[in-house]
Each structure stands twice: as C-alpha cells, then as structure tokens.
Write a new protein. Structure first.
Length: 272
C-alpha cells in the first residue's frame, strides 16, 4: 500500500512540476527539484501534507506574477527572478521534505506534523510579504534600525508587508486545521491556527533579521546600487561584497526561516 501511495505521490508531483515548468513558474532545475521534494511530501506525508505544499506553491507562483511591470523595475535588487530554480525549491521545501521522511519513520511523533506546517507557514508568510510588500506606496524600514530604505532592500519591513505575512501564515494554518480529521475539536483547531501563525510570523521576521544583518549583500559599481546578485549584476558588472557573509545567500536565509517557523510552532505546541 505504501509503495502505491509513494508512486502516486511522485506521479502527481511530476505532473504538477511539468505544468509549472511550462507556465514558466519553474525553470528546468526547479521543476526537477520540485518533482523530488513534492514526491517525498506527497508520497510519505499523504494528502494533508500535500495540501499545504500545494497552497504554498500555487499562491506564491500566482503572487509572483502580480504587478510584473512594477516588480521588474526593482528586480535588479533580488538575486533571482520569478522563475524559481532548484535552490529556491530546496530552500522553501527542503525542510518540509525532511519532516515528511522523519514522520514516516516515526509516525507516533505528532510534533513533526506541527513542525511541517510551521515551516510551510514561514515560507508562505515570507513569500507573501515579499511579493505584496514591494507594492506598498510607503517605503519600508530596516528591521534593526528603523531607517527608511528603498523598496526591495533586504531586511526592510512595512505595514502592508507585515499584513501580507500574517495572511500567508493564516491560510496555511487554516488549511492545516481543516485537513485534520480531528479539526472538529474547536480547541485543537485554534491551537493549530495559532501555532501556524506564530511560526509564520517568527520565520518571516527572522528572514528579515538575517537580511538586515548577516546576509551577503553586494554592490554594483556601475549601477551604483545595492543588490543580492552575485557574481554579476543584471548589467553584467561584477558585484562586490558590501556587508554580511558571502555564503549566506537568499536561499539559505529562506531555509533558516523555515527552521525558525518549524521550531516556533513546535515549541508553542509543546507548551500547550
């Protein structure tokens, strides 16, 4: 029975990855990584785990296509475009896949499910904050100092961005609560919602904290702009490290955010 479920999981993941590649939501490496990550989560976690992954992937892909003209004007600040590659897929879904494997091996450890939806809430909250926050008319402020910074600056936060982050965490929490067979228990329903929202917000804020402090940020001497792109800016000029750790790129920041989201949700669940 398990072999059938795993096979079905990989088959569904393959179909979705191919569609996403054809729609240019993923490049070729991203489609391969998504097929593997999705196959593990679909196959070992089952439908309720797959539902959260699908909500994250569909919503993040849709939001990345909103207001493309405006986002194109600040795209030089970001390390990658809207077409996700294998690094972005692993950063956002890698820890979730590890949770699915661990839960398959240790099915009695219910906290692994909590860690999974906490991680998904974090990456969804961060993605919503990024994709919708950059559309705000108000300039963001650096999380660590409150200094006003240009739109798209790593570590910058805004009111609309925080509201979007809350929405991203909320929808993951709602789906996680609804797909639970025991979600008719009102207390459990709201505990799930609260754990997901806390995990999402903490993970998203940690992402901004890393972006404002130790993430590798570069400078293009030709364009005279700060950017996450390395080794070359979009103009082709070699970028120079301006601050942070060279190895800590945006993919690693996103992965760390998922860890914080997972641990925050699991810790709150344990306290209850």
């Amino acid at each position: 029975m398990m072999f059938v479920q795993v096979g079905l999981g990989f088959a569904c993941s393959l179909v979705i990855s191919v569609i996403a590649w054809r729609l240019h939501a993923l490049n070729r490496s991203g489609a391969i990584a998504a097929m593997l990550i999705g196959g593990v989560i679909f196959g070992l976690g089952g439908l309720k785990w797959a539902a959260l992954l699908l909500v994250f992937f569909i919503s993040s892909s849709a939001l990345s296509r909103t207001a493309r003209a405006h986002k194109q004007s600040i795209s030089d600040k970001f390390s990658k475009g809207s077409q996700r590659d294998w690094g972005q897929v692993l950063a956002n879904g890698g820890f979730g896949a590890l949770c699915a494997v661990a839960h398959y091996l240790l099915p009695e450890e219910s906290w692994l499910w909590v860690a999974f939806f906490g991680a998904m809430a974090a990456v969804n909250a961060d993605t919503w904050a990024t994709e919708l926050g950059v559309l705000s008319r108000r300039l963001p402020r650096l999380l660590t100092s409150g200094k006003v910074v240009p739109v798209g600056t790593s570590g910058g936060v805004s009111g609309p961005g925080m509201f979007a982050s809350l929405g991203g965490a909320f929808i993951i929490g709602g789906i996680a609560a609804l797909v639970e067979a025991s979600s008719l228990n009102e207390t459990l329903f709201w505990q799930t919602m609260a754990a997901a929202i806390v995990g999402g917000l903490f993970g998203s804020l940690f992402d901004s904290l890393l972006g404002a402090t130790v993430q590798g940020i570069y400078y293009c001497p030709k364009c005279q702009k700060e950017t996450e792109r390395h080794p070359h800016h979009h103009c082709g000029t070699i970028t120079k490290l301006q601050r942070g750790w060279k190895w800590l790129n945006n993919d690693w920041v996103n992965f760390c955010a998922s860890l914080i989201g997972a641990s925050s949700a699991a810790l709150l669940w344990y306290i209850w």
